[in-house]
Design a binder for this molecule. Structure first.
Ligand code: ATP
Length: 589
């Protein structure tokens, strides 16, 4: 495929305002690419060069791109910088500078998609002394030979500014349509993706092996599995009922989720967001090498600092200091980390995903027997709600967040939130017992005393998984420190778009729309029905239309880097939390 054709499709995707049209355009695009191209086109459309766990970065700073545009078009660096200040979009700047090039342009050369991808991969590979100039030269050569329209995407791609608004689910639906003409393959594609976390690889296997190849996806060492997630219920009775009268109950640790892959002495760790975090945990790596009694294994746990002498768990904020890449080794001595392992997915060549929890747990305990740093999570097996409740209270007393109940018979459900794991957290007086993770879809300008910050609050949405849409649930205007306001303005001004993104459903018009990209944690008192929000919107008994909203929402922290927009709290969860709140209210009254 020619890069010009891809740019035409991207132009169409950029302007479309309906998600269904987006799927159609993407399916049309995919039906025109070859087996050799499909993985790379999928990565390009996701705005990446390789799956996140491979950590391939372009390493192109704004200034480098501006210099490349200047070299390619004969404009001065100041002219390029001033255009960028004006547009806020490197793509539009590249396009404008190319259209108004001061150099004699080469006669239009036709690039293929693969040529552009390969040049970008080369840019990413270039490192060390002189690499900056080499990257600028490669970029300038591409831009000099590209049309203004092509240069828009050549400039946006390595800057992480493609922002086509497609999520993984949209791409999978389009792949299914391109392969068989309908959405029917979507579930199989999703299953394959959950096992390998590499959408490019899934697309390639589909194009080469057809629909059947999707059934043969196997767990592979060093390809992270998308994590299983927990549902929530507020009382021990409800949990026990849902679990069918018996379950395991584990302590819930508030640290870093670590998926550990081990093949002999080679050990890698992946985060909840499937990024490789091996370098953050040298002590855990050494412990896996020395303590885990298996040659090949994939298991999962939560890493946090724990003082053995006092049996004290350090809270997340303390543990997070470890995240800083510098002085990781020093910190490792000062605050030793433990990994509390809670699941096992692969052992000595055998895939355990479909084995029941009970069996996975037995194998996990057997490979960790005698280990000191990597400990199986503390748990009980019980039939009694009272025992569950007592275990929960003890966990809270020990400084933990709560418990996670587990269905003894359930498989490991990769990439999904199911009732095979149910969390119960400490509840705060007059507040929802759990925070919500919402996606920023717009923001408001400050008024009155806040005008100087040019930031007055956020418009936030939940993710509706079945519609693959972001539905608004809250306007958040309180709880921001001055520093937070400044940092949100700075962050969001870069994701601003002119019109409502195609996957956002909103009745409210913020001062600025932003591409759904950032997730924030919100605490609120209650979930209420609301005529102004689209989350879970439907007809009410009195004939009116209403959705759900949050009462007294306030921000807990800045944007979270460990969650993608599709990892946000879903509309279904919000409806469930609303129903649970009603039930607890009735029981208390
Ligand atoms: P999410 O459910 O989306 O991960 P979150 O990151 O806000 O949401 P919680 O909702 O608080 O986390 O709880 C689920 C998380 O709890 C898991 O992702 C896991 O990292 C952590 N966790 C801690 N202890 C356990 C345990 N024993 N079993 C399973 N998960 C545990």
């Amino acid at each position: 495929m020619l890069f010009k054709e891809l740019a035409d499709y991207y132009d169409r995707l950029e302007t479309v305002s309906s998600r269904l049209k987006m799927v159609d355009i993407m399916a049309d695009l995919l039906s025109h690419v070859s087996k050799a191209e499909v993985a790379k086109v999928v990565y390009m459309t996701e705005g990446i060069l390789a799956p996140p766990f491979e950590a391939v970065e372009f390493g192109v700073a704004e200034k480098m791109m501006q210099e490349a545009i200047a070299v390619a078009t004969g404009h001065t660096k100041d002219e390029v910088a001033s255009s960028y200040k004006h547009t806020g979009d490197m793509g539009l700047t590249a396009q404008a500078m190319c259209a108004d090039s001061k150099l004699k342009r080469m006669s239009a050369r036709k690039f293929s998609v693969l040529e552009v991808y390969d040049s970008m991969a080369e840019i990413a590979r270039t490192s060390g002394p002189g690499s900056k100039d080499a990257k600028i030269t490669t970029l300038a050569n591409l831009i000099a030979a590209a049309s203004p329209q092509e240069s828009k995407y050549v400039a946006r791609y390595p800057m992480g500014q493609l922002r086509l608004g497609l999520g993984d689910a949209t791409i999978m639906e389009a792949l299914s349509k391109a392969a068989i003409g309908s959405r029917e393959l979507k579930d199989k594609l999703e299953r394959a993706y959950n096992i390998c976390s590499d959408l490019g690889a899934v697309a390639e296997r589909l194009f080469i092996g057809g629909a059947d190849a999707m059934d043969n996806f196997k767990v592979t060492l060093f390809k992270p599995i998308r994590p299983a997630l927990a549902e929530r219920l507020p009382t021990a009775e409800q949990i026990m009922e849902r679990m069918g009268g018996e379950c395991a109950v584990e302590q819930k640790y508030d640290g870093f989720r670590c998926q550990v892959h081990k093949d002999g002495n080679t050990v890698k760790i992946f985060s909840r967001r499937l990024e490789e975090t091996t370098s953050m945990f040298p002590d855990i790596i050494r412990a896996v090498q020395a303590e885990v009694k298996a040659k090949r294994a994939i298991f999962e746990g939560e890493a946090l600092a724990f003082n053995e002498a006092t049996s004290e768990f350090f809270p997340f904020q303390e543990t997070i200091r470890r995240k800083r890449k510098h002085s990781v080794e020093e910190k490792a001595e000062e605050m030793p980390l433990h990994l509390f392992a809670f699941d096992l997915m692969f052992l000595e060549g055998k895939d355990y995903l479909n084995e029941p929890y009970k069996e996975r747990r037995e194998m996990l305990e057997s490979v960790l027997r005698g280990s000191k740093t990597i400990l199986p999570s503390t748990r009980i097996i019980t039939k009694s709600p009272k025992e569950l409740e007592d275990f929960f209270e003890r966990s809270i007393e020990n400084g933990l967040e709560g418990v996670v109940a587990k269905d003894l018979k359930a498989p490991y459900v990769a990439g999904a939130r199911k009732f095979s794991w149910i969390k119960m957290k400490r509840s705060y007086r007059g507040e929802l017992s759990d925070t919500l993770d919402l996606v920023i879809v717009g923001y408001f300008l400050g008024r009155g005393s806040r005008a100087e910050f040019q930031f007055g609050g956020l418009l936030c949405a939940a993710y509706n998984k079945s519609r693959d849409m972001f539905e608004t649930v809250s306007k958040i205007g309180t709880g921001f420190s001055e520093a937070q306001m400044a940092s949100f303005r700075e962050l969001l001004s870069k994701s601003r778009v002119d019109s409502k993104p195609a996957r956002v459903d909103s009745l409210i018009k913020p001062d600025f729309w932003v591409e759904p990209e950032y997730v924030v944690t919100i605490r609120a008192d209650e979930i209420t029905k609301s005529p102004t929000h689209t989350c879970g919107r439907g007809r009410q008994p009195d004939g009116s239309e209403a959705g759900y909203a949050l009462r007294f929402p306030r921000i807990v922290d800045g944007a979270r880097s460990d969650k993608a927009p599709e990892d946000a709290t879903t509309t279904r969860e919000i409806i469930e939390m609303f129903e649970q709140q009603k039930r607890v209210g009735v029981e208390e009254a």
